[in-house]
Design a binder for this molecule. Structure first.
Ligand code: MG
Length: 385
């Protein structure tokens, strides 16, 4: 680009073999959408625009299709992930053997915002060090835990640095260091692998934009087109039968009959789940947990609701409040209401003050009045995170 100093030739490896479980949901975080594109594509495009060639993407066997889809149209090759991050990096380095680049950048897919200036600083440092890593100062004060949750003392933060990726290396030296690494030990990062083999690593200025995506909140898309609030309602009915347990709001309620259905038949949690799914336009409980699927037989309905709440978070929404009405002649809900409120709040990760649980009868009219079944209706309000 005009006005910017040229970047010398380099190869790059993106490690995208992790499972990214802390983020939640079924899709590993490197393939999740962030600002309109898969996380992995952001990193790949930043490296390619800066001139990376070749670009090797290391992914697990079951991530290959997702990687190809995420990177459609870009110039890259795939290498297979190993059992540890170290093994994955070594596989990526070996995949570059025929290209034998002078310099290589090793990057985590989960840091999608990669400024060109950081790449330039790293490569500049490689002219006088075999390795270079981006770091940031520690701004918070530090405390030492005595192991029992009390403060044992203070730690000086002045000499400490937070380490980011990409990490830059002279290719021949990092390849040799990784080959010599004892696979039984877990290295914190590639810089550590190089220093153990005797190579010196330069510290260059990192960038807050290189923040690692770790939690579901990190994926919140600040799309201004999303409405600030969304509302959803859910309604469900289950039949009361003898010989069944009665689960309501995740609480086992003593009663002479219980609700029948494929899961634990918790009519209240089903109505709430549908309300959450409805608010984000994600179908209904049957779409996500088909009754025809034997794995949901006898399942705890809390799982359904937890899943719906995590989908809402992925869509960029938190729950503002919930109002639930149970409709039945018996049992009496009042004595169980505090436990139900606490359990629903726990499942949804909310404070009890935003969870309302009400009950009504239908004056002995209709199926609920005759005690043939219990109905539940729920309304939730979602707010943009
Ligand atoms: Mg149901």
């Amino acid at each position: 680009m005009a006005g910017e100093p040229p970047i010398p030739p380099f190869a790059a490896i993106i490690v995208a073999a992790g499972k990214g479980l802390r983020v939640g949901g079924a899709t590993p975080k490197q393939f999740r959408t962030f600002r309109g594109k898969p996380v992995l594509r952001h990193s790949a495009e930043s490296l390619l625009v800066a001139g990376a060639a070749p670009l090797v993407v290391v992914t697990s066997a079951d991530g290959e299709d997702a990687a190809r889809e995420a990177l459609a149209g870009l110039s890259f090759t795939l290498a297979r992930g190993g059992a540890t991050r170290q093994e994955s990096v070594l596989n990526g380095l070996e995949a570059l053997a025929s290209a034998a680049p002078a310099w290589v950048l090793i990057h985590d897919a989960a840091r999608p915002d990669l400024p060109r200036e950081v790449i330039a600083r790293l490569l500049e440092a490689l002219s006088h060090h075999p390795g270079a890593i981006p770091v940031l100062p520690v701004v918070d004060s530090l405390a030492v835990d005595d192991g029992a949750g009390a403060m044992a003392g203070k730690a000086a933060r002045e000499a400490l640095r937070r380490v980011q990726t990409p990490q830059a290396f002279r290719y021949a030296e990092i390849l040799a260091a990784h080959r010599a690494w004892n696979g039984a030990r877990d290295a914190g990062d590639d810089a550590q692998v190089l220093t153990v083999s005797g190579g010196s690593v330069a510290l260059v200025e990192g960038d807050e934009r290189l923040k690692k995506l770790t939690f579901a909140e990190d994926f919140v898309d600040a799309d201004p087109a999303l409405p600030a609030f969304r509302i959803g309602q859910g309604y469900d009915v289950h039949r009361l039968e003898e010989g069944e347990e009665l689960w309501l709001c995740g609480v086992l309620v003593p009663h002479d009959k219980g609700l029948s259905g494929h899961s634990d038949a918790d009519v209240a949690l089903h109505a709430i789940t549908d309300a959450v799914l409805g608010a984000i336009g994600a179908g209904d409980i049957g779409t996500h947990f088909p009754p025809s699927d034997p794995q949901w037989r006898g399942a705890r309905s809390a799982r359904f609701l937890e899943h719906a709440v995590s989908l809402a978070r992925e869509a960029g929404y938190g729950i503002a409040n919930l109002d639930l009405t149970l409709i039945c002649e018996a049992p009496k809900i009042g004595p169980h209401r505090p436990a139900m409120r606490a359990e629903v709040a726990r499942i949804m990760g909310l404070g009890e003050n935003v969870v309302s649980i009400k009950a009504t009868t239908t004056e002995k009219l209709g199926f609920t009045g005759r005690g043939e079944g219990i109905a539940a209706q729920a309304i939730v309000l979602l707010h943009k995170l």
